[in-house]
Design a protein around this ligand. Structure first.
Ligand code: ATP
Ligand code: MG
Length: 157
């Protein structure tokens, strides 16, 4: 179904903001105007839930998580940025593999199965988008994904 992604994303961010237990601040970089996308809301909720829970899970005390949506040609680019421990360069692309977890020690402490981002990749690909990550060890991680959007009336001319 067709939904305003900005509104949809804001709702999810708000839910995490109300229930989070960590001392982490949220920053939103969201467009003022609606952006319509054709998505399966349950699946996109699952994708965002995992990306945001990861960001919170790896955020330091007092850290900031930044949520952005940017309009590109034909796509919107969504990102979730944290100030956590980061991921070594050589491992960063592997986090989208099934059961992949960066290291066993951090994993035992943090829980989880290592499936979240593999499922996210499948779902974003099925929606015609792409997903990737950038990270700096000790500085933080940003997860990006794109979704095709529907130009609204009067746009794209
Ligand atoms: P699950 O999502 O199934 O509960 P998980 O969170 O370990 O388990 P993924 O979400 O697929 O699995 O993430 C895979 C691995 O990538 C994580 O175990 C972690 O090592 C690394 N990772 C993911 N997001 C971040 C992040 N924001 N900061 C640092 N490491 C991350
Ligand atoms: Mg996860």
């Amino acid at each position: 179904t067709k939904v305003d992604f900005v509104k949809f994303f804001s709702g999810i961010i708000e839910r995490f903001e109300m229930t989070k237990e960590q001392n982490v601040t949220f920053k939103r970089n969201l467009p003022q105007k609606p952006i319509y996308v054709k998505i399966d809301q349950d699946k996109l909720t699952q994708v965002l839930d995992n990306i945001i829970s990861n960001a919170l899970k790896y955020s330091p005390e007092g850290g900031k998580v930044t949520f952005s949506v940017e309009k590109r040609q034909q796509f919107i680019e969504i990102s979730v940025k944290d100030q956590g421990m980061g991921i070594p360069k050589k491992n960063v692309d592997r986090i989208f593999e099934r059961f992949y977890r960066v290291d066993k020690a951090r994993t035992r402490k943090m829980g989880g199965t290592g499936l979240g981002l593999a499922i996210a990749k499948e779902m974003i690909t099925a929606h015609g988008g792409q997903i990737w990550a950038t990270s700096m060890e000790g500085k933080g991680t940003t997860i990006y994904f794109t979704l095709p959007y529907e130009p609204s009336e009067g746009e794209g001319r």
